[in-house]
Design a protein. Sequence first.
Length: 300
Amino acid sequence: MENQLEMSIEGAEAPVDTRLSYSSANLLRNCEQKYVYYKVDKVEKDDDSNVDNSHFNLGTSFHLINEIGLHKKPKNVMALLEKCVQEEGLREEDVGLLHAMLLQYWRLREGDDFETVACEYKIEDDKVIGYVDLIEKRPNGDWVLSDLKTAATFYKTKIPELPRDRQLCLYSSYYKEIAKEYNLDPEKFIGCRYLVTTKSKAKQKKTESYKDFVMRLVESKSVKSHDIFIKKELLDLWGAREEHLELYEKSMKLRRGEKPTRNYTYCMAYFRPCDYFSQCRGETYSEYLENNKILVRSIE
């Protein structure tokens, strides 16, 4: 475990876990400087970086209810939805949407013969940490790793990218360890399922009951669920593992003082300014717009 933890000077702060997750590796790949601000130096975020992250609560709630129900429809759906409002920050106005997304997902699963082996399996060694959403098996012993996603939309053009998806491939490279943990046959690991459920911007009408609203989203296919299977032979298992370990080594060099590079094209990733905009630009995003008198005119 000596590679996993960087020991501090005696009497100082507790040891730091330096294992690299997929999300941290992705951040490091896109901008070394932001990785250092966030993971190493733990710099305070800009005051104007606070944005509505309620969409994350929707996705978290979707994962949680499926984990509790082992990816089948539980009997106490309404109670679980209320739990998500109270404990996971799910907005009241998103309860009907989440309910419809869950129903559509469970309908999708009715058409297959997979049974849940485990949810949220933790992958960890001295350099890597991550969580597999779902491990599932067929009666004949074939088994897969499944990745559960929620998204605003799903474009079929993403499908050719999935065999090289870094997260799917990295986690799948641990299939032998997973097989041993759950007494599965490693020779019967057949690949990954990418399970994505889309959201909707539709709102409940004043004249519409909660139940009618939920069923309108389901029946009109305003929310959709997709099951994309990627067979093992297409997955770049060891390329993904090698790349991740290279990024781990890079992360350790940065933790030890190597100067990071700045990727200024990543300052507006995910359609919003970087949380550390001022650290590289000398002023916050809001100050930049105000100080440079940048005006925006649009025709609605």
